[in-house]
Design a protein. Structure first.
Length: 384
């Protein structure tokens, strides 16, 4: 065997050992992070709030009854619509880059059933995203307020544009940090690329290229007028563009009306703002936000509105409380021999197998949405 083959063999063995140690460490950590009850049963979040565990205190402290909570719900990164299944690997790394609107809506519905939570702070750092995802968050905010009568505040860390504004417009109060950006009331479908009389396609350094003497011809095989709209090898027709523009105008009208109603503005005032983004005091003057202040001031204002004063505990979901992490640890505990199908220490193997067979994860990489609120949504999702 050659020297290089020996090196490769050694490297592969090393990687296997490292992987085994890593998996073993996770299984051990899982025993402490998830834990077991006194009766040996598997612990889940037992707050009576539908399995949504907001246990990490980031400001203040819990009182003796633990009923002085302010729940922090982040809306971070691109806003998509459908949530992933708990065991989908794509969801393991999506939390910092993608917010799923229907997941936030479900979280707010669960928090509405938790009497310990006296108010909610939406923590926004998003360039926008899909229309249905943003509306789902907005609907969740409205439903929470109607069901509980408790306040929902929104705090903009760095940016809440487009779909972010749609999501937070119905909050009781909107506060933005110094230097944050707010706005972008508009709808975009993206830019269609059209190659005018192409003679070559360059695929980049590793993609190669195509060049012919007679140019390049693209022959679409479609049925239905306009089915290949967006084909980069032909210009879109005037009628096609008119249909798309009408769809954009309809969504823009809905967006504009929502902001106007939620913020108490006239339609003309919202229209005049256009789709630009504004510094916090500009946004305040325009009526898009209520105050310019930092995170602690926003929490203090929410606590006051919730009737807690200085006696509050701002809580959020911990990393180990996320569905995908809990499921992962449960799986490792069974593989490590720490659980049994009878449910002595973890979710039984049958339930895990059943979940993987019946739950339908949603692919999030390069999803094609007919209309989006932000051009950022067209970028590939990190972590996919």
């Amino acid at each position: 065997m050659s020297f290089f083959a020996e090196i490769a063999k050694f490297a592969i063995k090393g990687l296997i050992v490292v992987a085994m140690l890593f998996l073993g460490a996770i299984a051990v950590v899982g025993g402490f992070a998830v834990g077991s009850g006194d009766d040996g049963s598997y612990e889940t979040s037992g707050d009576g709030n539908g399995g949504v565990d907001f246990g990490d205190v980031v400001r203040g402290s819990l009182n003796d009854d633990g009923d002085n909570k302010l729940a922090i719900v982040p809306v971070t990164g691109i806003i998509d619509s459908l949530s992933l299944s708990a065991d989908s690997p794509a969801g393991w790394f999506a939390d910092e880059f993608v917010t799923f609107g229907y997941t936030v809506k479900q979280t707010l519905a669960a928090l509405a059933n938790d009497s310990d939570v006296k108010g909610v702070l939406l923590l926004l750092n998003t360039p926008g995203g899909t229309i249905n995802g943003s509306k789902a968050i907005s609907d969740g905010v409205a439903a929470y307020r109607e069901a509980t009568g408790r306040p929902v505040y929104a705090f903009v860390e760095s940016i809440s544009a487009s779909g972010g504004l749609w999501s937070m417009a119905g909050a009781d109060r909107i506060i933005a940090d110094e230097g944050a950006l707010v706005g972008s009331i508009g709808v975009i479908m993206g830019n269609w690329v059209y190659y005018d009389d192409p003679v070559a396609l360059d695929g980049g350094l590793f993609g190669g290229g195509v060049e012919t003497r007679g140019g390049i011809r693209a022959i679409p095989l479609t049925a239905g007028e306009g089915k290949d709209f967006g084909n980069p090898f032909r210009e879109p027709g005037a009628e096609e563009l008119a249909v798309i523009q009408a769809s954009l105008d309809e969504s823009y009208d809905v967006f504009r009306a929502h902001v106007a109603e939620a913020r108490g503005l006239s339609d003309e005032a919202v229209r005049e703002l256009g789709a630009m983004i504004y510094a916090p005091r500009q946004a305040q003057d325009a009526g898009l936000i209520d105050e310019v202040a930092d995170f602690d001031a926003a929490l203090a204002a929410l606590a006051e509105a919730a009737g807690l004063g200085e006696n509050f505990a701002a809580v959020q979901q911990g990393w180990q409380d996320l569905d995908w992490f809990t499921g992962l640890l449960g799986g490792f505990r069974i593989l490590a021999g720490g659980g049994s199908p009878d449910g002595a220490r973890g979710p039984d193997a049958a339930s895990i197998a059943g979940r993987s067979q019946t739950s339908k994860g949603v692919a999030v990489c390069q999803r094609a949405e007919p209309l989006v609120l932000s051009a950022f949504h067209a970028q590939a999702y990190p972590g996919c």
